[in-house]
Design a protein around this ligand. Sequence first.
Ligand SMILES: NC(=O)c1ccc[n+]([C@@H]2O[C@H](COP(=O)([O-])OP(=O)(O)OC[C@H]3O[C@@H](n4cnc5c(N)ncnc54)[C@H](O)[C@@H]3O)[C@@H](O)[C@H]2O)c1
Length: 255
Amino acid sequence: MGRVQGKVAIVTGAASGVGKEDALLLAREGANVVLTDVNEEAGEAVAREIGDQAMFVKHDIASEQGWIDVVKATEERFGGVDVLVNNAAILAQATIEDTTLELWQKIQRVNSDGYFLGCKYGLEAMKKRPKGSIINMSSMAGIGGVSSFCAYSASKAAVAGLTRTVAAHCRAQLYKVRCNSIHPDGIATPMVFNLHKEQGQNTSYVREKDPRQLQARFAQPRDIANLVLFLASDESSFINGAELRIDNGYLMWAD
Ligand SMILES: NC(=O)c1ccc[n+]([C@@H]2O[C@H](COP(=O)([O-])OP(=O)(O)OC[C@H]3O[C@@H](n4cnc5c(N)ncnc54)[C@H](O)[C@@H]3O)[C@@H](O)[C@H]2O)c1
């Protein structure tokens, strides 16, 4: 208990999946948490579940004014920002041949512009505090490449590049702000389940009939939240600019 006691964390995309689990765990470990999402109803419900330590703000991460408002609301309610979890994202399935410019820009607007704005305004707020930690949710798709997720993979690679430049800048400026990226393989969340539904696959069938199949192929949100908690805490104070894969050895092979 208390691994992030007294810290103030903003978690984007906190209404669902990984962001929800991050917010619950950070609060359980002592942080005050500002949950943001475009899904107001679900986001409010998670904040209510946490109680006085939490506040929900409706927020589109692609909006610059939205970031200014979220940081201001956080400073007014909790006194500052120590941790930012850039987590919200959208997914679309299309290869380079099927991706229209419109789809490409829709994905980049949220998954890339939204993270740039988060880092920019998060850093500005954290510079006023003794130290800070920015945690950017990328993906294994941003390290490798997934043929059927062209725009998404590119946006997640952009997040990794953004993370490195923020980390390098903070080091060069002697800011006590760290910036790291997390790269999960598949996680059992609505993002994946909704995709399976679109494809006519029945994920819940797999889960009911053989839970091991789901567990072997997918991380649970808590697996990711545990790493977020570590990066948010002072236990990781010398980790900056790292790309942390969380994929059960996806890139390894046995011979
Ligand atoms: N699920 C996976 O298999 C997987 C794998 C690797 C990485 N990731 C990454 O993990 C993160 C969390 O994904 P998840 O699986 O929990 O997804 P999810 O769909 O369950 O949750 C995403 C949340 O982001 C919110 N959101 C979407 N667009 C937004 C916007 N413009 N502004 C604010 N909020 C917005 C949604 O309303 C939703 O609540 C994402 O960055 C995702 O790319 C997921």
